[in-house]
Ligand binder design. Structure first.
Ligand SMILES: *Cc1c(COP(=O)(O)O)cnc(C)c1O
Length: 357
């Protein structure tokens, strides 16, 4: 068979990629691998949700401008509705932003290790990706980053804060210094912002090259696939031109508009995870054979003295799924655990303790 010739039709940039790895649902396992919220919707909200979904006109296209959801989000963020672009997950907005701004020969830059989609999407679009290694204990090496920015002239810089998978945050001062030297857009990805209690949103008024990216995925609504971007309205107007029509389906729009009006439920989930994060961290730092890195997100990255693959398998064998990051450059023997409910965290800590014996 002539498979090789078929694959000649695929761009070399794509042939050289490795697909993003996401685990299939495993209801038999305690799932602490994907930085989801561990809290299902309470019954009162499910009832309200059922009612809202019941009104959806499935035979019609969804609202192309997402007016209802857009106004709920804009009011909460205290930004103009026109400053927002909504995406089918923030992954789609990363793709959209690069599609609209960056062509052949342009460089996309990010401190690494970081969220793998920046590099994957950049390379799939034929762009160059420059990863600038984080410093000791995954702290930002600002002089090195600034030096690389000046040398490589990146069109877009991605700064995830808190960073996935390391959990570290950038200070406002660091981000402002980066904005001062960056020749292009600086995208601050705040997917985990609520767990850190910080946002760069107030800086949008005087930084026109600042783009804030965020998502509902990590705060309890991962199934909806909704991300959003906040930027200067002149930029969002251009992004809107390349956004695919109806990228947000009618069910997700309706559900998010209802659930975002229950900010108290989202906030309570975040607070509980933050409390549990401190408790899990205290246990991890006391465990011999574990080096845990400080985290402001809903997960903790840790390195094990025994081979990380063995620890991962031993924890999995006890019914707990974490993320094995050992194959990522710079993350040898590193695992990432999402903070779950108290009971889930206890199961994880117990499994890890046994795995290390
Ligand atoms: C999970 C994650 C996202 C993706 O969010 P979606 O809205 O689910 O596409 C974006 N950025 C970072 C840093 C993430 O960890």
């Amino acid at each position: 068979m002539k498979t090789p010739r078929l694959l000649d039709l695929v761009k070399p940039e794509v042939l050289s990629l490795t697909a993003y790895r996401a685990e299939e649902p495993r209801p038999d396992l305690i799932k602490l691998d994907a930085n989801e919220s561990p809290f299902p919707l309470p019954e009162e909200l499910r009832r309200e949700l059922r009612h809202a979904l019941d009104q959806v006109a499935v035979h019609r296209y969804p609202d192309p401008k997402e007016d209802r959801l857009r106004s709920v989000l804009a009011a909460q963020l205290q930004v103009a509705p026109g400053a927002l672009v909504l995406g089918n997950g923030s992954d789609e907005l990363i793709q959209l932003l690069l599609l609209a701004t960056s062509g052949p020969g342009t460089t996309i830059l990010a401190p690494v290790p970081t969220f793998s989609m920046y590099e994957l999407i950049a390379r799939a679009q034929g762009l160059r990706f420059e990863g600038v290694p984080l410093g000791s204990r995954f702290k930002l090496d600002l002089p090195r980053l600034i030096e690389t920015i000046e040398r490589r002239d990146p069109k877009v810089i991605f700064l995830a804060t808190p960073n996935n998978p390391t959990g570290g945050v950038l200070s406002e001062a660091e981000i402002c210094k980066i904005l001062a030297v960056a020749p292009g857009l600086v995208v601050v990805d705040e997917a985990y912002g609520p767990y850190a209690g910080r946002t760069m949103l107030p800086h949008l008024v005087d930084q026109e090259r600042l783009v804030i990216l965020s998502s509902l995925s990590k705060i309890g609504l991962a199934g909806l696939r909704i991300g959003y971007l906040v930027a200067h309205p002149a930029l969002t107007a251009e992004l809107e031109k390349v956004r695919l029509p109806f990228n947000l389906n009618a069910f997700s729009q309706a559900a998010a508009a209802v659930l975002l009006n229950h900010q108290e439920w989202i906030d309570a989930g975040v607070r509980e995870v933050v409390r549990e994060r401190a408790r899990v961290m205290n246990h991890l730092v006391a465990l011999p054979g574990v080096e845990a890195f400080p985290s402001a997100a809903n997960f903790i990255l840790f390195r094990t003295t025994p081979p990380g693959n063995d620890v991962f398998e031993a924890v999995l064998g006890q019914g707990v799924l974490v993320r094995n990051l050992g194959s990522v450059p710079g993350l040898q023997n590193c695992l990432r655990v999402t903070v779950g409910t108290k009971a889930e965290n206890d199961r994880f800590l117990d499994a890890l303790t046994k795995a290390l014996r």
